[in-house]
Ligand binder design. Structure first.
Ligand code: GLC
Length: 442
């Protein structure tokens, strides 16, 4: 978490982030990005040895909440003994998600698959003794869910990686390029392994802030991935060489200007399994999800399974509730595009791809009349999504000689209320046209 990132390198990292302008022209990747744009919901999974004690993933030793040797003792307690990849995939499918991204290696350097590049993996160094990734991807693919590999560029355990604790590092790259080159061979070797063995549909890099594009060889890493896996999508944490942006735990208020973006968010306050108990409610998660989609983005919602592979019941509940809401209201979410600009309707909206249907999301208790401004189109029909209810509307204040459209008032009876968020579908006569002026004033 950016907030927790208080190492000495902080200032230079901020600088690197500002430097990392997008190098990829969106018009060249539009085709491969289509499934991602349609997907809307992904499930992030942080599994790792940090689940044994339920402490902050990797950051806990980096920030000296626990000593490194004590952190690594967790290797002995990581069993995955109840790991059931089919059950994970079923739950993800039930939530309505179209992709899932799982940690193949976090900043602590423990690989979740059988890496041949060193011995620090759950296969060689924990009682789990197995690769977690392959069976999971197989189950996802059976269900037509896209597979994403999270990979931390940072590896605080590797002897040749310069960073270590927040206030100390092993060496400076500029002063020992031989050592840095050894690390580059290592991390790029792991990327090659993952690319070849699991063929991720999406690469989710993390930790690029500790070094520049030149130091990571971001351009080379990107081409390496695409050479073996030409359609792979790469997230925006590769110092400018990714395909889409990933605001983390931060909610955009105005619509992001990027062609594709994804909000990644925890379901309590931590990525990995933790005892913080500050769970978001299903209502909160659903409204955040709608907010992201209405602003043209996706939500990547995280869960952190326990060391034995059990998913905490609170997370199961969130995913199930989200799933039943999606089942009823999914028409207004999946295969839509971001909604109309703010100011027309006091709530989130989405549009069908041909822009002839406008979806209005009504949070909380609905019982009364809602208003829509500046709609030039005729409304052919209004229905409550997921039901067979039709609603009526009235156009108010339309002046015959004026080009300014009237206000649309729609009566919403209380008995159509959804458990979480009620959705109305307005079928329009033609693709949507909006009046954006100041009521005839110049
Ligand atoms: C941050 C954290 C990391 C977490 C990731 C998920 O970059 O460093 O712990 O895995 O965000 O988005």
């Amino acid at each position: 978490m950016i907030k927790r990132f208080i190492s000495l390198a902080f200032l230079s990292c901020i600088f690197l982030q500002i430097q990392a302008q997008q190098k990829i022209d969106p018009s060249t990747i539009r085709e491969k990005m289509q499934w991602f744009a349609d997907a809307k919901l992904g499930i992030f999974i942080h599994t790792g040895i940090y689940a044994v004690d339920g402490i902050d993933e990797s950051w806990s030793f980096h920030n000296k909440k626990i000593s490194y040797p004590d952190y690594m003792k967790q290797l002995k307690g990581f069993t995955l003994k109840n790991y059931n990849p089919a059950a994970w995939a079923d739950l993800i499918q039930e939530s309505g998600a179209r992709y899932s991204v799982v940690t193949t290696k976090h900043h602590d350097g423990v690989a979740m698959y059988d890496t041949k590049m060193n011995d620090l993996s759950i296969v060689k160094s924990t009682p789990a003794k197995k690769d977690m990734i392959k069976p999971f991807f197989e189950e996802l693919r059976k269900r037509n869910i896209k597979c994403g590999a999270y990979f931390s560029l940072i590896d605080w355990s590797h002897p040749d990686y310069p960073g270590f604790l927040s206030d100390s590092s092993k060496y400076q790259v500029e002063k020992d390029y031989d050592r840095w080159n050894r690390f580059r061979k290592f991390f790029q070797g792991q990327i090659q392994e993952i690319n070849a063995q699991f063929k991720p549909d999406l690469w989710w890099f993390d930790g690029d802030w500790e070094h520049s594009a030149e130091q990571w060889e971001s351009e080379k890493v990107r081409s390496m991935i695409l050479a073996g896996n030409p359609k792979a999508i790469i997230n925006g944490r590769l110092q400018g060489y990714g395909d889409y942006e990933t605001p983390e735990q931060n909610f955009p208020v105005s619509r992001p200007k990027y062609s594709w973006w994804e909000l990644c968010m925890t379901s309590n306050d931590n990525w990995g399994f933790h005892h913080d108990n500050n769970w978001k409610t299903p209502y909160e998660v659903i409204t955040i999800f709608i907010d992201a989609v209405s602003n043209g983005g996706n939500l990547l919602l995280d869960m952190g399974p326990m060391e034995d592979g059990t998913i905490p019941p609170e997370q199961v509940n969130i995913l199930k509730e989200l799933g039943s809401w999606n089942k009823k209201n999914g028409e207004a979410i999946f295969n839509t595009i971001g909604g109309i600009p703010q100011g027309h309707f006091y709530g989130p909206t989405t549009l069908s791809k041909d822009s002839t249907s406008l979806y209005l999301f009504l949070h909380g208790n609905v019982n009364g009349t809602i208003m829509l401004k500046g709609l030039i189109n005729k409304i052919e029909d209004i229905s409550v999504v997921g039901t067979d209810r039709k609603l009526t509307h009235k156009v108010v204040g339309k002046i015959s000689w004026s080009p300014v459209p009237g206000l649309v008032y729609i009566d919403v009876p209380g008995d159509v209320k959804d458990k979480y968020v009620t959705v109305l579908k307005l079928k329009l006569d033609k693709p949507i046209k909006l009046y954006r002026g100041q009521g005839g004033l110049n």
